[in-house]
Design a binder for this molecule. Structure first.
Ligand SMILES: Cc1cc2nc3c(=O)[nH]c(=O)nc-3n(C[C@H](O)[C@H](O)[C@H](O)COP(=O)(O)OP(=O)(O)OC[C@H]3O[C@@H](n4cnc5c(N)ncnc54)[C@H](O)[C@@H]3O)c2cc1C
Ligand SMILES: *[C@@H]1O[C@H](CO)[C@@H](O)[C@H](O)[C@H]1NC(C)=O
Ligand SMILES: *[C@@H]1O[C@H](CO)[C@@H](O)[C@H](O)[C@H]1NC(C)=O
Ligand SMILES: *[C@@H]1O[C@H](CO)[C@@H](O)[C@H](O)[C@H]1NC(C)=O
Length: 473
């Protein structure tokens, strides 16, 4: 069933909820459940802040605000928190993270894990002692490694990054936007002679789609200085090797303040506060919140129910996005200390042709691998993804691995829409300046990857700074 924000529908719903035809105003003396857990039959949930989305950014925002003494309700569409974090458990209970798996280091990341008493450990790359096998997964043909000095190319890349330190804080770009940031990545590679580093760069920053066409700034935001430090001095991960535990702990702490399997169906946002209708498994409720934090991808299709004005709609409509999928699969026949990189024999820098697998990465469980799969700009069905992956695996036979003809896919994750992006022209003419000018407008703030970078720890830091402004307002 599809709701629109049209006034007749709103009046109908509010009427049905028994709260009268006019929107209630904020003020003392209203009989509702401010600060308490919503009880059965209670239709109105009143909080200081409503957070939309329970991924990395929204979960951080909601739990941190509560810690700082503000009342919160979080609205998450799925039946659990975690967003891109996915953990598969085998029948013996052993975990495989096949979404978010490692964290770069900053004080907010450390404090967040400590708050929930979740132990961390260094990421162990030594398991992959035989290193990477480069195979064209369309044929099984072996592909040679990149030529030239990786270290020299990475040094040149790092030097360029260091000329743009503001990229570590968000999207506050200088004006005019430096030309290097706007170059298509393919031209940026040539300008800085980065050929030998393209494999490493593109392996870490998966899920973008046609990476050579991207404005270079997106590569620099994703393969950031923080990531370079992580590669140098090690990333951290959950000591249990199950990153979902962090979100389970957050969910427990939030209790009834987290509305799961829930979505906003209509909203009225005003300078006095917000009234939002939320569809929950227990029926439709009214959320009244003084402030709103939106931590879901800011696409029109996601934000339509939020009473957008022309300026907001116009900006959100400009985003395009990529498709990204992950799996856990049984690759019995491939040694447990090898990772399979999909490289194309006949493309620039051997970048694989999407849609296809990027990499099969061995887990700590014998025979089981996580598979990372790029859809590019194609929205594929689960069946289509599974079919291409099976075909990719079959090609491994031609590469000499005794894998099954019908490999078992034990878990599947759809991470689309993944990366939100706009054109170089839009960036040059101030898209992100305009986007950022929405922060705090209409008592609404935004966080999440589209507002900074695809990096959980960097998003916690970004969200922490945002919360200071939300609280101060
Ligand atoms: C496969 C994969 C691996 C990654 N690996 C790493 C890694 O190792 N390290 C790292 O730091 N980063 C990693 N990232 C990137 C990083 O984790 C993400 O960028 C980060 O999770 C983004 O957080 P977010 O808060 O913006 O959004 P998300 O985590 O996507 O959260 C958004 C949440 O909002 C919910 N939602 C969406 N629409 C609605 C709606 N209409 N109403 C209510 N709820 C809604 C979603 O269900 C989701 O829970 C990875 C990403 C992917 C996809
Ligand atoms: C992580 O960052 C903190 C604060 O910046 C620092 O004190 C600590 O040494 C770092 N830890 C690692 C493992 O790099
Ligand atoms: C993987 O498949 C092999 C043979 O196809 C099977 O023997 C093994 O039990 C499977 N392993 C897991 C963990 O499912
Ligand atoms: C992909 O297509 C399906 C079916 O049309 C649609 O429901 C879904 O929202 C699309 N996903 C994305 C990320 O665009």
């Amino acid at each position: 069933m599809r709701f629109s924000t049209n006034a007749a529908r709103l009046v109908l719903l509010f009427g049905w909820l028994g709260i009268g035809l006019s929107f209630p105003t904020f003020g003392p003396g209203l009989a509702d459940d401010k600060g308490d857990e919503p009880k059965k039959g209670q239709n109105i949930i009143t909080r200081d802040v409503c957070v939309i989305g329970g991924g990395a950014s929204g979960t951080y925002a909601a739990t941190r605000l509560r810690e700082l003494g503000h009342s919160v309700v979080l609205v998450e569409r799925e039946d659990h928190l975690g967003g891109h974090t996915r953990t598969y458990f085998d029948p013996a209970g052993r975990p495989i993270d096949y979404g978010v798996w490692v964290y770069s280091n900053n004080t907010d990341q450390v404090r967040f894990f400590e708050h929930f008493n979740i132990a961390t450990t260094g990421q162990d790359f030594t398991r992959i002692s035989q290193g990477s096998q480069r195979i064209d997964l369309r044929t099984g043909q072996s592909v040679p490694p990149p030529v030239g000095s990786l270290v020299d190319a990475m040094t040149r890349y790092t030097q360029v990054l260091l000329q743009h330190p503001y990229l570590a804080d968000g999207w506050e770009l200088p004006g005019p936007v430096p030309e290097d940031l706007l170059l298509p990545f393919r031209d940026f590679i040539v300008r800085y002679d980065l050929g030998p580093a393209v494999e490493v760069l593109t392996l870490y920053i998966q899920g973008l789609g046609d990476i050579l066409d991207y404005p270079a700034v997106y590569i620099m935001k994703y393969f950031s200085f923080g990531v370079i430090l992580g590669i140098q001095s090690g990333f951290t991960t959950s000591a249990s090797l199950a990153n979902i535990r962090l979100y389970e702990a957050a969910q427990t702490e939030l209790g009834a303040d987290a509305l799961l399997s829930s979505t906003i169906i209509a909203a009225q946002r005003t300078d006095e506060g917000h009234n939002m209708l939320v569809s929950t498994p227990d029926g439709i409720r009214l959320i009244r919140a003084d402030k709103l934090i939106i931590a879901i991808p800011p696409l029109l299709q996601n934000l339509e129910p939020f009473d957008l004005d022309y300026r907001e709609s116009d900006l959100f409509a400009q985003f395009d996005y990529s498709h990204y999928y992950t799996t856990v699969l049984n690759l019995s026949g491939v040694p447990q200390d090898v990772q399979i990189l999909n490289r194309a024999v006949d493309t620039p820098y051997n970048i694989p042709v999407l849609p296809s697998t990027y990499v099969f990465y061995p887990s700590q469980i014998p025979a089981l691998f996580s598979g990372f799969f790029g859809g590019g700009t194609q929205n594929l069905t689960e069946e289509e993804v599974r079919a291409i992956i099976r075909d990719n695996v079959r090609q491994l036979r031609n590469a000499g691995y005794d894998v099954s003809d019908d490999p078992e896919i034990l878990a599947y994750g759809n991470h689309s829409p993944f990366n939100l992006f706009v054109s170089s022209e839009a960036i040059a003419t101030g898209f992100y300046r305009d986007l950022y000018s929405l922060q705090g407008q209409r008592r609404t703030w935004y966080t999440g990857a589209a507002w900074h970078a695809h990096d959980s720890a960097a998003l916690w830091q970004f969200t922490e700074r945002l919360l200071q402004r939300v609280i101060a307002d």
